[in-house]
Design a protein around this ligand. Structure first.
Ligand SMILES: Cc1cc2nc3c(=O)[nH]c(=O)nc-3n(C[C@H](O)[C@H](O)[C@H](O)COP(=O)(O)O)c2cc1C
Length: 161
């Protein structure tokens, strides 16, 4: 299966997970970058990122190359912001809906404590799907590593057909 992992990461946890999964699956990685990156420290981080997520913003992204026909499976990864999908991932899904049509899409979310499952459901809605091929939620896997994360990653890989 030709697999690509498309992800956004502000502070590295989602990038860390994407790289691990990429190694397990032999997948390519595509990191989404907003034209204007969100602040990554202090109260500004929560204020601007949270506001953008709550408002359902779709910030413009730096140019990237993605062609659905190149891939048999797409895995999307994002940090949970205000209990929902991170805005740059929203931009990608809205822009690439046509390219994703008919392809298996799995997804993972990184969170600090809560909201991941709900955010994955919202992602499925954005994709116009009943469900995703596989789902995974991890708690800050880079900054607060837990031994059980390895098993969770393996479980996610097993869910992929
Ligand atoms: C603006 C903002 C909003 C957040 N909202 C939530 C949230 O609703 N629930 C949660 O568990 N974590 C929340 N977090 C924490 C991140 O989802 C979590 O730390 C994640 O692992 C960060 O991934 P990253 O390092 O790839 O950016 C929020 C972080 C930011 C910056």
């Amino acid at each position: 299966m030709r697999t690509i992992i498309v992800y956004y990461s502000l502070e590295g946890n989602t990038a860390f997970t994407a790289e691990k999964l990429g190694g397990l699956l032999g997948a390519e990685l595509l990191r989404l970058e907003p034209e204007k990156e969100y602040p990554s420290s202090g109260m500004k981080k929560f204020f601007w990122g949270g506001k953008s997520a709550v408002m359902g913003e779709e910030p413009p992204l730096k140019p990237y190359v993605f062609r659905g026909e190149d891939w048999d499976r797409i895995i999307l990864g994002f940090p949970v912001w205000a209990g929902t999908v991170t805005p740059p991932m929203r931009t990608f899904v809205k822009a690439q809906g046509g390219e994703l049509a008919g392809k298996p899409v799995a997804a993972f979310a990184c969170q600090s404590g809560a909201g991941g499952e709900k955010a994955l459901k919202k992602l499925a809605v954005l994709l116009g799907r009943e469900s995703l091929e596989a789902e995974l939620v991890l708690n800050d896997p880079k900054t607060r590593p837990q031994p059980e994360n390895e098993e969770k990653l393996a479980g996610f890989v097993r869910q992929l057909s």
